[in-house]
Design a protein. Structure first.
Length: 474
């Protein structure tokens, strides 16, 4: 069958030129080719090409978008069902297909497929089970058979590695799905059943019935180390006894599924959620602070959990945005937050932040000794380091020309009666030491952050002023 759902030329290889422009990247005998064919034909026969969205994650299925002339989204490994939910709820008239392999769906994406299935939203899932991790080198998958040798089970899968997961049965016993079937591709009879099942899977969504799931037992001659004919025989004789074919669930009289209301994109409602306003924020800068860096400034704030590095980073980012610059804040949490060093990267750009990370910052604010030791040497020549001299006894070897400012942030905050404002002391020191933004810019951001805790504003303003004084009087 000729179908317009496939592109006329495939640009996966050789920019779509010559014979390679009409062939897929799949290995000879791979089951993905037939699954693609039946899926494309079903889309064509149902007349839904213009409203179909295919979601492909990591693995052999990832290049689906090279072949299908439909809406396409690539998801992170295992997250295709979650992305599919987003598409379906944002655009209920769309027909959303999650196309996944066994390593993707049954391993890293197990939580996503289970929760999505139980939710029952009308989404179609095509699950390719070839009992192996195909693209990444033939490692053992959740569906690998007992005794089967793989790159990570060279002596065969043993009971200690767990039993193969029967995903169709697992999905079928949930309340959310309305149609679940397992099919195969090893002969013409099974291929026709697979074609019908895939179409049925899409029909359940077109009719707004609910979540539908088709598991396809597929051949992978490459990692089995056998030819295509032998691979078909292997699926029939080895896989089918473990993964019985047939319909596992079919709620033919399922009522139409009520989708939740689509998300609102009304700016005023979003502003309510983030506690922001359409009112213009006063600006106090006369231009981008190019004395720090020409058009893109990197800052790193680091300390132990509770030091307030993340809050200070968010305040700097908010201050930058208030002034009309592009700015990003990327937090980094981990076990270090319980005593070592966790950090936040801030970028401020005159036009657009191209990379949010700050591996070589122009400015470092270090709230503890491990942070100063770890990140001090990464500050660029001519940059600035502000550190809490209350807790940092030594300064490591730094790049030439780095300006170092020690401010007893914790001691000052303790004198003010609230140690947690030491991060605001550090912001005051930052303003005085670098003139990154005018004083009013920082204070406006602090007041915005505390608009629902107005009683704390005077203390924070005092902490900011003390940080400034500590630098100016040094």
């Amino acid at each position: 069958m000729t179908t317009s759902v496939f592109y006329n030329r495939f640009e996966r290889h050789a920019q779509g030129q010559g014979l390679k422009g009409h062939s897929t990247h799949y290995c000879p005998g791979c089951g993905h080719g037939l699954a693609h064919k039946y899926l494309a034909e079903a889309i064509d026969e149902l007349g839904i090409q213009d409203r179909t969205i295919a979601v492909s994650p990591v693995g052999c299925s990832v290049f689906l978008y090279y072949y299908f002339d439909v809406g396409n989204t690539q998801a992170a490994h295992g997250r295709a069902p979650a992305v599919a939910i987003g598409h379906k709820t944002a655009n209920p008239e769309s027909v959303v297909i999650s196309y996944q392999g066994d390593g993707d769906l049954a391993s890293i994406g197990l939580a996503e497929i289970v929760s999505t299935a139980q939710l029952g939203i009308p989404i179609s899932v095509i699950f390719i089970n070839n009992a192996i991790y195909g693209m990444t080198g033939g490692q053992m998958a959740p569906t690998t058979l007992m005794g089967q040798k793989t790159a990570t089970s060279p002596y065969g899968r043993t009971p200690g590695m767990g039993q193969p997961m029967r995903m169709a049965e697992l999905i079928a016993q949930m309340d959310g799905p309305v149609y679940v079937e397992r099919v195969a591709l090893f002969d013409n009879k099974q291929r026709m059943r697979a074609k019908k099942a895939i179409k049925r899977c899409l029909e359940m969504q077109v009719q707004n019935k609910g979540f539908a799931f088709v598991e396809v037992l597929a051949e992978c001659p490459t990692h089995l180390g056998i030819d295509s004919e032998a691979a078909e025989k292997w699926v029939k004789e080895k896989m089918v006894p473990v993964f019985p074919l047939g319909v596992k669930k079919d709620v033919a009289d399922a009522p139409a599924h009520e989708l939740p209301p689509p998300p609102s994109f009304v700016p005023e409602k979003l502003l309510e959620v983030v506690e922001a306003s359409l009112e213009a924020t006063p600006r106090f800068c006369h231009g981008f602070p190019r004395h720090v860096a020409p058009d893109n400034i990197a800052l790193k704030l680091a300390g132990a959990g509770g030091d307030g590095a993340q809050t200070a980073a968010m305040l700097i980012t908010r201050a930058a945005i208030n002034e009309g610059f592009d700015s990003t804040h990327i937090p980094s949490y981990g076990p270090e937050s319980r005593g070592g060093t966790s950090y936040a990267d801030v970028r401020i750009a005159a036009n657009e932040v191209l990379s949010p990370a700050a591996p070589s910052p122009h400015v470092l604010i270090a709230f503890n000794a491990p942070s100063l030791q770890k990140f001090g040497p990464t500050v660029v020549p001519g940059g600035t380091i502000i550190y809490d001299s209350s807790v940092c006894p030594d300064v490591p070897k730094l790049e030439p020309g780095v300006h170092v400012v020690g401010v007893p942030c914790a001691e000052i905050a303790k004198e003010l009666g609230k140690v947690v404002v030491k991060n605001i002391v550090a912001l005051g020191a930052l303003q005085a030491a670098t003139q990154l933004f005018p004083e009013k810019t920082f204070l406006a951001a602090v007041r915005q952050a505390l608009q629902h805790k107005a009683s704390l504003i005077p203390l924070n303003e005092q902490a900011f002023a003390r940080g400034q004084q500590a630098v100016l009087s040094a």
